[in-house]
Design a protein around this ligand. Structure first.
Ligand SMILES: [Mn+2]
Length: 442
């Protein structure tokens, strides 16, 4: 376990082989943020909490396999080269602060030592790697235990089987091919097989958020009916299997009697999607003959906008179901990423034993807010711009975010910050003092 007076968490940066296009376009902003952290006087722990690199964006248009060790190191080299400014800033930061890099579902390749070395080469300080899905535990002051992890282990379509992945690495290191051993999560398959090939035709796929429902709905209009049937089957199966595994894993660790008492009845977005598609009256073949139009995409997005809580900092997200169990075990602050949706709220408020602050650090990927009004003209303009890949208004893009935590005079302050015009802007801050021991919004 680490101890620290100050911690910064950045998640879901998604550095990939592309530069100034695609989902990550924030080289200058990120570098300035990292240099600002580098200049902090208090020696700090800086955690890049997963999906820092994105190995799913292919270098050339090609179908990539579940796990490609040979290709991964050269891809890492290209990524570092394309984002030199960012790695220079990381290097400066690592000389003064403790730099931890955790794995996520887009950079499971960090499990390979040759990939880590490729990154370490460009960073002067020692990088502390956590690449087997484990969480980081950090003690802040005497009373606040912080846990940080990416969060993909709680997401049924993006759960990585770390045991199988490690077996694949064992085989690879001996020159043996691990046939049929490791299967990438369904989300990875979705990105590799559909999202990347289709994004030329439909560029909005890569930055429309909330990611899962919006992308699925648009993809749904672009794929054939055979695939639709196959998808529903796979999605359902994945959810059942992973929910079972996860419940089992959690039961082994936490007190079983309190598990899922009425909480697991909440359906996930994915389950809603499956239900909606299964209930649709139209025969699937017929659906397929209707090409996606601006109207149909607009209608899908409007539906999503009505339920969109992506940028409501206090809207519950799915990780909170698991945060509760950590809080019962004495964790006071739980920080994740993965969903790209920044969050900060207290779970079980006022209960000195089970209370905890849950935060999602958000992301550094270009994301857009869907219009919140019903105004048809505004929606038409918005959808048209999206489809033409034309620049949107400044206000349509959401800010890049991170979490900052520090101890001062026996009080821990945890803030969700936006990085705007080279400066930190606090979106919300919570405090927990050694005398009060409960989280209070500042
Ligand atoms: Mn992720």
């Amino acid at each position: 376990m680490w101890k620290a007076l100050q911690v910064f968490v950045l998640s879901d940066i998604h550095l990939n082989v592309e530069k100034n296009k695609g989902m990550f376009v924030a080289d200058a902003e990120l570098a300035s943020c990292l240099l600002w952290i580098a200049k902090q006087e208090i020696p700090s722990i800086v955690i890049l909490a997963g999906d820092t690199l994105d190995f799913l964006v292919p270098e050339k248009e090609r179908m990539i396999q579940d796990f490609e060790p040979v290709y991964a190191a050269s891809l890492a080299e290209s990524i570092v080269k394309e984002h030199k400014e960012v790695f220079d800033a990381l290097s400066a930061l690592s000389e003064k602060h403790t730099l931890i890099i955790q794995d996520g579902n887009h950079d499971s390749e960090l499990i390979l030592s040759e990939v880590r070395e490729e990154i370490q080469k460009h960073v002067n300080g020692v990088i502390r790697w956590m690449v087997h899905g484990e969480a980081a535990r950090i003690q802040i002051g005497d009373d606040t235990l912080l846990v940080v992890e990416h969060g993909h282990l709680y997401d049924s379509i993006n759960q990585v089987c770390h045991e199988k992945l490690l077996q694949a690495v064992h085989c690879y290191s001996r020159g043996v091919i691990h046939e049929g051993g490791y299967k990438a999560p369904f989300g990875t398959y979705l990105v590799k097989k559909y999202l990347h090939p289709l994004r030329r035709r439909c560029p909005i796929l890569e930055f429309v958020k909330p990611e899962v429902p919006a992308v699925l709905k648009i993809l749904w209009r672009l794929i054939g009916w055979r695939e639709k049937i196959k998808w529903l089957g796979i999605l359902k199966n994945r959810i059942q299997v992973s929910n079972k595994n996860l419940q089992h894993k959690i039961k082994l660790v936490f007190s079983p009697q309190s598990l899922f008492a009425g909480e697991h009845t909440a359906t996930t977005e994915m389950e809603d999607f499956i239900q909606e598609k299964e209930q649709e009256q139209e025969p699937q073949q017929q659906q397929n003959s209707i090409p996606p139009t601006q109207e149909s995409i607009m209608a899908d997005l409007q539906k999503i906008a009505r339920k969109d809580t992506m940028f409501d900092l206090e809207a519950f997200d799915e990780n909170v179901r698991y945060a509760r169990y950590l809080f019962q075990k004495g964790v006071k602050l739980f920080v994740t990423g993965h969903s790209h949706a920044a969050k900060a709220y207290v779970v079980n408020p006022g209960n000195p034993i089970e209370e905890g602050l849950y935060m999602n650090a958000g992301c550094w990927v270009r994301t857009i807010s869907l219009p919140q009004q019903q105004d048809t003209k505004q929606w038409q303009d918005f959808t048209q711009k999206l489809l033409e890949n034309a620049p949107l208004n400044e206000a349509d893009y959401r800010p890049y975010t991170f979490v900052s935590i520090f101890l001062k005079e026996n009080t821990v302050t945890a803030s969700l910050c936006a990085w705007k015009k080279g400066q930190e802007e606090k979106m919300v801050a919570w405090e927990r003092s050694a005398t009060n021991l409960l989280w209070e919004k500042k």
